[in-house]
Design a protein around this ligand. Structure first.
Ligand code: LLP
Length: 422
């Protein structure tokens, strides 16, 4: 059995399971994930940082399906969350608070207090105002909250502007100068904060392997200054996630070796634990979106393959002009040409691929949109009153229904409840 997505004869399969069979049984559009590919991707990161005291905290936002979280839990992963909703998801699968890190720029009082109830291992603090709020919530409970200050090192991750987070103009993190001042305040007027670490995540889908070594220098240098200023040792250095994957032919995933080589000796010197928050590099290549061709429309300028998935299922092409390979589920010798693969949603921006060269499919053909395991379903919407698709997890050659297809009743429930009463 080949691991991952590959053709068996002319039929695309995942871990030996036919995608056409899954589409037949569960309908389309359909998300299909491979647990084994996720494990493989997790272990690749684990291997790169072997020798360090490390917690690989899977970034829940990338794919928060409960069955997916369970796969990562069973590997011993930690979890990076950004909302109360994601905290509830980790709790649903029995992940203990000490394996959870809470990040995000807009934590509410309730989210902070729920996270303290859960005993999360670290709050990544993104602003002075947030530090003050966490301090106040912890003080009211007679507790101290473990915090890491998220610094913004003003290093360009050279990725899409919407997923760049480490530049001065981005809303994330605190500049080094102000962060140092804030660190000092944890020894004076913010006594309910237990400053345990430094956090830094400068962007997502990073492919340039010279970037992380620069971040290492910035963070290590800053950590030393903080220890000098507070007179206290730090326990954790958190480098976030952002490890890029190969969406396009000819790309290679981020090489983690230069990062690990720069980092490992420093960790030993500082005697701190390493935290990482990868999402995409674990879940992305492990998933596809299956879709069926409803119509072929020969326009004046180009051919449109109108499929039953849309920006509602996979927003990335629309939002970031992101490229996803699209493969025929049955390999064929159809005529090739240039086409747009578009959905039924009433938006010109509703496309999965633009001006793509390939075999022009026929009505009824199945297509697989590749590398859709991360930031796929989680960013889906119900625009145009479209129920969200089902999700399937393949594990050990078996298909598990990880989320049933939504129904129109699901979508109407919150209105029906009040509509009748009005
Ligand atoms: N840690 C922090 C603080 C983050 O903000 C993120 C992603 C991660 C970890 C995980 O990054 P990853 O390893 O997955 O690259 N929707 C966009 C990506 C948004 C990423 C947001 N933050 C996309 O579809 O490309």
């Amino acid at each position: 059995m080949t691991l991952g997505f590959d053709y068996i004869g002319d039929a695309l399969a995942v871990d030996g399971v036919s995608l056409a069979d899954l589409a037949g049984e569960y309908g389309t559009p359909l998300y299909v994930y491979s647990a084994e590919v996720m494990r493989h991707n997790y272990r690749r990161i684990e291997r790169a940082f072997a020798g360090a005291d490390v917690m690989i905290a899977y970034s829940v936002k990338s794919n928060s399906n409960l069955a997916v979280l369970k796969v990562l839990k069973d590997l011993g992963a930690g979890f990076d969350i950004v909302s109360g909703g994601e905290l509830i998801r980790t709790q649903r699968v029995g992940i203990p608070g000490e394996r959870v890190i809470f990040a995000g720029v807009g934590k509410t009082e309730k989210e902070i207090s729920d996270a303290l109830d859960a005993g999360v291992s670290e709050f990544n603090v993104e602003s002075e105002a947030e530090a003050e709020r966490i301090n106040a919530v912890a003080a009211a409970r007679g507790e101290r909250a473990p915090v890491a200050i998220r610094i913004n090192p003003n290093i360009d991750a050279k990725t899409h502007k919407y997923i760049t987070t480490g530049k001065r103009e981005n809303k994330f993190g605190i500049s080094m100068g102000r962060a140092l001042e804030l660190a000092g305040r944890t020894r004076t007027d913010l006594p309910n904060l237990d400053l345990i670490g430094i956090h830094c995540h400068i962007g997502s889908q990073i492919l340039d392997s010279s970037i992380h070594p620069r971040v290492v220098e910035a963070v290590v240098d800053f950590a030393r200054k903080v220890m000098d200023k507070t007179g206290q040792p730090l326990k954790t250095l958190n480098f976030g996630g952002g490890f890029g994957i190969a969406y396009e032919k000819g790309q290679t995933p981020l090489d983690l070796q230069p990062f690990a080589d720069a980092l490992l000796p420093r960790l030993a010197e500082l005697k701190v634990k390493l935290l990482l928050e990868p999402g995409r590099s674990i879940a992305g290549p492990a998933g596809v979106l299956l879709t069926r061709v409803e119509y072929i429309k020969k326009g004046e300028e180009r051919t449109f393959a109108i499929v039953d998935a849309a920006m509602t299922e996979l927003l990335r092409p629309t939002l970031y002009e992101a490229h996803h390979e699209i493969l025929p589920v049955h390999r064929n010798d159809r005529e090739t040409g240039r086409m747009d693969v578009v959905g039924p949603v009433c938006e010109t921006g509703d496309f999965l691929a633009l001006d793509r060269e390939g075999a022009i499919p026929h009505q009824g053909d199945l297509l697989a949109v590749m590398d859709a395991g991360a930031y796929g379903f989680v960013m889906s919407s119900t625009y145009n009153a479209r129920p969200r698709p089902a999700e399937i997890l393949i594990d050990g050659g078996k298909a598990l229904l990880a989320r049933r297809r939504e129904t129109h009743e699901d979508l109407l429930r919150a209105e029906d409840e009040v509509f009748a009463a009005n």
